[in-house]
Design a protein around this ligand. Sequence first.
Ligand SMILES: Nc1ncnc2c1ncn2[C@@H]1O[C@H](COP(=O)(O)OP(=O)(O)OP(=O)(O)O)[C@@H](O)[C@H]1O
Ligand SMILES: [Mg+2]
Length: 270
Amino acid sequence: MLKIKGLQKTFNAGSPDEVQALRGVDLHIEGGSFVVVIGSNGSGKSTLLNAVAGGFLPDAGQIKLAGRNVTRWPEYRRAKLIGRVFQNPFSGTAPHMTIAENLALAAHRGQAHGFGWALSRHLRQAFCERIRALAMGLEDRLDNEIGTLSGGQRQALTLLMATWLKPRLLLLDEHTAALDPKTADQVIHLTKAIVAGEGLTTLMVTHSMHQAVNLGDRLIMMHQGRIIRDITAVAKKRLRAEDLLEQFNEVRRAEQLDPGTAEMLRALYV
Ligand SMILES: Nc1ncnc2c1ncn2[C@@H]1O[C@H](COP(=O)(O)OP(=O)(O)OP(=O)(O)O)[C@@H](O)[C@H]1O
Ligand SMILES: [Mg+2]
């Protein structure tokens, strides 16, 4: 479903602020797979998701999605294949439009403006049913502006919108990080239900060890722009949060060695 080969991205190349955000990422994801991505701050997780969504063109490498080479496709064209939910509950929805209008936008995504935009009774009924299933007390608020909802309610709706048209790939970037633990749990529960119910191929970034261990059928760990661990099926099922923390600490210890090693190499070669 998703095939990434040799993906590289350097920001501010040649300047003192140069960052090698992706240093050759290879990743194959089967259709219907739910992949969780972890890694320390700045390890390249969001950059990887942005590269897939088309937020920028990579410096090198190839991205294939659903059998198409999308590497040079602009973001809006890829958006027809991809659903996204970000960390910030304020992105992804139009705050001054109502719940129903936002859902109508999602349901008509990719269609020419002015065609079929009227919110048919049929569609309104469908919205009502899906919103009731969220169990967040929103079914009577279809005509309220999104801006009046709580962060959790907004994330639940954004998730519904991102998946309304059954995207070929769902990208979730810490979509529960800004929520309180109880609401985060609710949104995770919903995520699981939608991903499993629709059989969506999903790439989800999280900082939560609990989520990393309990969600999905594959776990990848990023570090300094590379994938350094790829834990699949059976091994993932056996994984405990403590194992993951230990792996994180290992990486950190190795990182602490790096400056010294670099110093030694410099002394040898200068
Ligand atoms: N548009 C940009 N311009 C310049 N540097 C960027 C840009 N986007 C990301 N970076 C840098 O690239 C590196 C990787 O960033 P990225 O956002 O992918 O990390 P992350 O793994 O998502 O981290 P976090 O867990 O904090 O969200 C960081 O050093 C970041 O500062
Ligand atoms: Mg990030």
